[in-house]
Design a binder for this molecule. Structure first.
Ligand code: ME8
Length: 534
């Protein structure tokens, strides 16, 4: 914690431990990673949190299905899968929370006490429907369906995911969610950017306008969860437990000066990044819980769309999911594109906030066009020419940035601001377009200025040095801007320019100013960073 810098706290959902992580899980985690890296480079003190949601019926069922004696043993066996994948995909999380950890147990018990004091908690009994794969309650009205709309065996089906529902009748504590309708609507009016992208706000608002029913927040027919401190036959409803993880990780409920200082610095979070499937939990239930507790609300909830795959039988695009068993393993994409190609494709080609069908063909296309032919090629050609014409070094810095025509400096002017405006909104495709403009222009600049011809003419030595310097400077700036997406190759590009010391910069605007490249330093051609896929 460096309190001289502004805090930037960003979170992924905590993932259910019901199967191995897949491309969809990785997608959300990567969205956060790119933002975390970008904010570190832009001068924030970042906390990037991810983790696992280990309680609830769904996880207990998965443990049983996999033949584990206890859900805890099952979760322990799965944690390395998540952690190892994040490491492999260059996920730079600062914390990894598991809801079975003592810190979460403590925070949730503290939450129960505060909720009891708040007056928004009461004991009653729940009689209705429950979807285990979604861990969501549904009222009779929400599921009342004609016979045709039932499952093959006449079961009631989940209105959200279409899978069979469970009938639940049990004593339960309720959170008075219905009391927050007006306050939530006022929140959406006052802070229209609370939910991003903007079009998702309508969905949230109309859900709340439709009326809110009180939420059952404890279970008695089931025991894999955190016990309610004042009524031990109840365990906490998995979402009431899970949502609190965001505050647990920054010291909520811990009675120490250090924890209080951390909470004050870190909370509220700047971004909860979630899939559109869990937007109601984050934009309705979680803010209502925080209002009841008198705590500050997160600044933004960003909801992304689903990665979909085509169902071979029906031909329809389906959400990729662990429970549906149609998930693609991240390793398949890593094998094809490498980790950095993987990151680049998913972060820049999947439509911002929308559903997107995954195709290996498209992955290859994007990789070859943007990385092999444009960015990789620019680096190879420019470093090669620099080394060849300037004895293994960069040319000296030109006395003036406009001694000759310099289209690259013109594009670089204001580029970092344009890029940051997109990055701030998690629009990585838009940010990439800004950087690609510089990269494409640099490749054209090579064709137009023909350094190989300049090199043959002694009288053109200044112009040759000018052109090569500009190309190297464009590479240096592009490497900084691409670093959140592709950290390793960007650092490698800087290293080849003898600028690796810049990689740890936390002044993105400053470091991207045109003309910082010293000139005269050694450069290294190296192997292609993005070999073309056949
Ligand atoms: O909902 N495309 O956990 P979960 C894109 N434990 N993203 C996808 C995806 C897909 N096909 N499938 C999953 C839970 N995701 C709760 C969260 S938070 C307090 C508790 C991503 O394992 C997406 O971000 O079902 C989605 O919101 C998340 O995984 C849900 O993961």
């Amino acid at each position: 914690m460096d309190q001289s810098k502004p805090s930037f706290f960003i979170t992924t959902p905590i993932y259910y431990v019901n199967a191995a992580p897949h491309l969809g899980t990785a997608y959300c985690t990567m969205l956060c990673d790119v933002q975390a890296r970008y904010r570190r480079a832009a001068g924030y003190d970042v906390k990037f949190l991810t983790g696992m949601d280990e309680h609830g019926e769904k996880v207990a069922e998965a443990a049983q299905q996999h033949g584990f004696a206890t859900p805890q043993e099952w979760c322990d066996s799965q944690a390395p899968l998540f952690k190892d994948l994040w490491k492999q995909l260059e996920i730079s999380n600062d914390d990894f929370i598991r809801t079975t950890e003592p810190r979460q147990n403590h925070a949730v018990q503290y939450l129960w006490e505060r909720m009891r004091e708040s007056g928004y908690l009461y004991k009653g009994s729940y009689d209705g429907w429950y979807c285990v794969p979604e861990e969501t309650y549904f009222t009779e009205n929400q599921v009342k369906k004609s016979d045709e709309e039932r499952g093959a065996k006449g079961e009631h089906l989940c209105p959200d995911c279409g899978r069979p529902l469970e009938r639940v009748q049990e004593e339960s504590y309720f959170f008075r969610l219905s009391a927050f309708q007006d306050k939530l609507l006022a929140l959406y009016d006052e802070r229209p950017d609370f939910v991003q992208p903007a079009f998702r706000m309508n969905e949230v608002r109309s859900f709340v306008e439709g009326g809110l029913t009180d939420l059952s927040v404890s279970r008695t027919s089931f025991d894999w969860g955190i016990k309610v401190p004042f009524d031990e036959k109840h365990v906490t409803y998995v979402w009431f437990d899970a949502l609190l993880n965001y505050m647990t990780a920054v010291g909520y409920g811990v009675d120490s000066d250090e924890a209080r200082a951390e909470l004050a610095y870190r909370w509220p979070a700047q971004y909860h990044v979630v899939g559109k499937d869990i937007i109601r939990f984050h934009c309705v239930i979680w803010p209502a819980m925080l209002m009841a507790l008198g705590e500050a609300l997160p600044e933004h909830v960003f909801a992304h769309g689903f990665l979909t795959v085509r169902n071979a039988e029906t031909g329809k695009a389906e959400k990729m999911s662990k429970s549906r068993g149609n998930a693609i393993a991240p390793q398949d994409v890593v094998d094809l594109l490498g980790v950095e190609g993987y990151r680049y494709y998913f972060m820049t080609d999947v439509a911002h906030g929308e559903d997107s069908a995954i195709s290996f063909e498209r992955m290859e296309q994007v990789y070859n066009a943007d990385l092999a032919n444009s960015w990789g090629n620019l680096i190879s050609r420019s470093l090669n020419m620099s080394a060849k014409y300037f004895d293994g070094c960069a040319p000296a810095k030109p006395a003036s940035a406009d001694a000759f025509d310099n289209p690259l400096a013109k594009i670089a002017d204001g580029l970092v601001e344009r890029y940051m405006a997109k990055m701030d909104m998690l629009d990585y495709g838009g940010a990439k377009d800004e950087v690609m403009e510089l990269i494409h222009a640099a490749n054209h600049y090579i064709e137009d200025s023909e350094p190989w011809a300049l090199a043959k003419d002694e009288a053109k030595a200044d112009e040759l040095a000018f052109v090569i310097y500009n190309l190297l400077e464009a590479i240096r700036i592009a490497a900084h801007l691409l670093m959140p997406l592709m950290p390793q190759t960007s650092v490698e590009a800087l290293r080849r320019l003898s600028c690796e010391g810049e990689a740890a910069s936390d002044d993105l605007k400053g470091i991207c100013a045109w003309g910082l490249l010293a000139g005269g330093q050694p450069v290294e051609k190296g192997d292609p960073l993005f070999p073309r896929l056949a």
